[in-house]
Design a protein around this ligand. Sequence first.
Ligand SMILES: C[S@@+](CC[C@H](N)C(=O)[O-])C[C@H]1O[C@@H](n2cnc3c(N)ncnc32)[C@H](O)[C@@H]1O
Length: 201
Amino acid sequence: MTAHLRRREDGALELRVNGVFVMDDVETSSERVLAEVVLDAGAREVLVGGLGLGHTLRALLDGGATGVLVAEIEPEIVTWMRTGRIRGRELLDDPRTEIVVGDVRDVVEAQPPARWDAICLDVDNGPDFLVHEHNADIYSDDFLGACRTALRPDGALAIWSMNRPAGLLDALRERFDRVDEHPVPVRLQDRPETYWVLLAR
Ligand SMILES: C[S@@+](CC[C@H](N)C(=O)[O-])C[C@H]1O[C@@H](n2cnc3c(N)ncnc32)[C@H](O)[C@@H]1O
């Protein structure tokens, strides 16, 4: 995979992987909601899948997280944040942050049982709009089970999605006691859209 950063004519910073738009730094409310829902659920130690432009990580640290492990598959993204091409070097220097370059699937599966208060997953656009085919497994029943094992009994799994993913909601409801849906209204280049954050406990 190849990650690219570009500064658009409107001044926004845009992240693309394999030529596909991943995100920009204009509309970041849903990335922050992903952090807020787990903080509101009482989480303080959080595993995050996908560093991206760092908005979820920043919201977790600003909101009082005491430890955050971030798994990011693209080494360049971590380098760009360390060297200032992506804003947020202070997030990586924060003693509460640990970054692992690798696939979040491997990182979650390597955790001891009941290690984390919460897991936040924002590595792709959701199960129905995959940028990376290999990420289909992230939304599989097996991986939801691995997340549940890595969570404390009162832990929370939050997943970002571009649409309301009916199949994933059903799978979460099979595995978890309670699943809440958080629609997040956003504007994309003057177009109203709704992104979704799912919270399973
Ligand atoms: C949409 S961005 C994350 C945005 C982030 N929530 C933020 O606040 O900026 C998705 C990130 O996940 C990374 N990624 C994609 N697949 C991954 C995987 N399987 N494991 C870890 N990181 C992955 C991408 O390289 C990208 O940096």
